[in-house]
Design a binder for this molecule. Structure first.
Ligand SMILES: Nc1ncnc2c1ncn2[C@@H]1O[C@H](COP(=O)(O)OP(=O)(O)OP(=O)(O)O)[C@@H](O)[C@H]1O
Length: 292
């Protein structure tokens, strides 16, 4: 049984924009897969459909999560909430409730399985609190448990979001450009954390990325989108500059460049001027063995 199964998924927005065009994909449990593509290629739209946050065009199509359909033929199933419990979602930003403590944010992952009165009063059993602390320790930020989430750096916030997915007992993590606003060091830590969850907890990870070199470093498999279509699905190691040029033409450059905004683990999010691609720590660097 696939962790994620997608058949003939298309999405046309009300303005006539076709964001997804007959997507078909199978992702097995325990895989760590990168989703790459230039801006506007459909990465976020695809992830939102997989999580059941958006519905496809009303034509024959299906998305199943661990064997259970979450939507088909342009309709969400009634059990969408229960199926979504298997999915931890990490966004580029806005992952946490700023005014709550880090530990409470992580405990939100446990809410769905608690009795109604506990959800209403926000009181968590000791066992869940212990689970939250274990998860925070696992992602390396237990020292920040009692701080307000707003005080965390961008990288720490992403790690807290991963701890929340652990407490939720998610089986799949969908991460939508989780490192797009982070500096290289924080990015590396978040990607390492994703890999650790993938390996140590056998979580299936599908992560959208702008940088091909990060995909190659952390994800054995890459799915590449262009204008809502899958144009490559295979080993990340095979993504040579020549192949990317073939897939994307001039737009391939965007996948080599450093993001404009950065946040450090030491400070709050800051905006930095975009560095020239040649000076970028993300500059596309291929192991010669990978070149074709
Ligand atoms: N709500 C919407 N209404 C109309 N068009 C939309 C909507 N959301 C997305 N689109 C369009 O669908 C296409 C795919 O957008 P999407 O955000 O999925 O791309 P992306 O690959 O995630 O881009 P980025 O890397 O910039 O986040 C784009 O052309 C976008 O303009």
């Amino acid at each position: 049984m696939e962790a994620i199964l997608i058949e003939r998924l298309s999405k046309t927005f009300s303005n006539g924009r076709k964001a997804l065009d007959e997507i078909g994909l199978r992702i097995e449990p325990g895989e760590m897969v990168a989703l790459i593509g230039a801006s506007g290629s459909g990465k976020s739209t695809l992830l939102r459909h997989i999580a059941g946050f958006a519905v496809s065009d009303a034509q024959p199509s299906r998305i199943s999560i661990l064997g259970r359909p979450i939507q088909h033929d342009g309709k969400l199933v009634r059990e969408v909430r229960s199926i979504r419990r298997d999915i931890g979602f990490v966004f580029q930003q806005f992952n946490l409730v700023n005014r709550l403590s880090v530990q409470t944010n992580v405990l939100i992952g446990a809410l769905a399985r608690l009795p109604f009165w506990r959800r209403l009063t926000g009181t968590f059993p000791r066992s869940e609190r212990a689970l939250a602390m274990t998860a925070l320790a696992e992602v390396g930020i237990s020292g920040h448990a009692t701080e307000r989430a707003a005080n965390l750096s961008g990288g720490q916030q992403q790690r807290a979001a991963l701890a929340r997915a652990l407490v939720q007992r998610a089986r799949i993590i969908l991460a939508d450009e989780p490192i797009a606003s982070l500096d290289p060091e924080s990015s590396r830590r978040v990607m390492e954390m994703l890999r650790a969850l993938n390996i140590n907890h056998q979580l299936t990870v599908l992560v959208s990325l702008h940088q091909v070199d990060i995909a190659m470093q952390f994800c054995p498999r890459t799915i590449a989108l262009r204008q809502g279509k899958v144009v490559y699905d295979g080993p990340s190691a095979a993504l040579s500059p020549a192949l990317l040029q073939k897939l994307y033409g001039d737009a391939a450059r965007e996948l080599f460049e450093e993001p404009a905004a950065a946040a450090t683990d030491e400070g709050r999010a800051v905006t930095t001027p975009s560095a020239p691609a040649t000076a970028s720590p993300y500059a596309f660097a291929l192991d010669p063995a990978h070149s074709t």
